[in-house]
Design a protein around this ligand. Structure first.
Ligand SMILES: [Fe+2]
Ligand SMILES: [Fe+2]
Length: 258
């Protein structure tokens, strides 16, 4: 079985990862490491074609380095909620996998450690991308960052200490909720992607939709992996899934606003 069958830089998010198109604010933060290899990927991605990104090449810079100025307050708030909660969610995913790796290592389960590391790779890419998007759209990150870090690490660690199948049940439950959540967001963006009074949507918006679709598909692959690896054989699987799923839904609601 292949844990990550799609290259994590195969989708629209690689447009954001292109060094020449990094946002000025991001570039200044990362100037010291700009020439260093990306930690989570071993190669420089090829330049995407317009067909890949659904953004015309001439608009690449607009799509990745500017944000719409013609949105209503409600539309701006929608973008802010989407970006804030997704950044928080990707942070949480990274810390869940960090906890799972620690818990699995404590049990001496090197097989699960390796699988967790592989799934964690795409979460690192997701988080890095969402940080770029957050800067691009000037969205305030959630103030609950430290809370989510601690809770996510605890969730990953405890389930991994319970056993390999419980760790997979955790991933299954989280990715189910996150996959649905990305789908909801993609639907909610639809009105913003329409041409209104002859004015096409700002190119950052189709790009954002493409990134959400790409990340949703990655999360659903993690879900499939968890199920294939025995998530549903975990002791108390239904209860575990219900508790973790409910916790994720609460975290989503809170992170959209706080
Ligand atoms: Fe993710
Ligand atoms: Fe994931």
């Amino acid at each position: 079985m292949q844990l990550i069958s799609r290259n994590t830089l195969a989708g629209p998010s690689r447009l954001l990862a292109r060094p020449s198109l990094l946002l000025p604010a991001y570039r200044s933060h990362s100037s010291a490491s700009a020439s260093a290899p990306r930690p989570s990927h071993a190669y420089i991605p090829p330049i995407p074609s317009a067909a890949d990104t659904q953004v015309k090449p001439a608009e690449d810079t607009r799509a990745t380095a500017t944000s719409p100025t013609n949105l209503s307050p409600e539309e701006k708030e929608l973008i802010a909620r989407i970006v804030r909660v997704d950044q928080a969610g990707e942070l949480g995913a990274n810390w869940i996998y960090r906890g799972q790796k620690w818990g699995s290592a404590m049990r001496g389960d090197s097989k699960t450690v390796k699988q967790v590391e592989e799934m964690w790779e795409s979460e690192k890419h997701h988080l890095a991308t969402m940080r770029l998007v957050q800067t691009q759209h000037s969205v305030r990150p959630t103030i609950l960052y430290p809370v989510w870090q601690g809770m996510a690490f605890g969730l990953g660690a405890v389930t991994a200490l319970m056993g390999r199948e419980a760790a997979m049940a955790c991933t299954e439950a989280v990715e189910t909720v996150i996959g649905e959540h990305y789908d909801d967001q993609i639907r909610s963006l639809k009105p913003l992607l329409e041409t209104k009074s002859g004015v096409a949507p700002h190119p950052s918006l189709p790009l954002l939709k493409g990134v959400l679709e790409e990340f949703r598909d990655d999360e659903l692959e993690h879900l499939d992996t968890a199920v294939e690896e025995g998530a549903q054989k975990a002791p108390g699987h239904s209860l575990l899934s219900a508790i973790i799923g409910a916790g994720c839904r609460v975290a989503i609601k809170v992170s959209e606003r706080v």
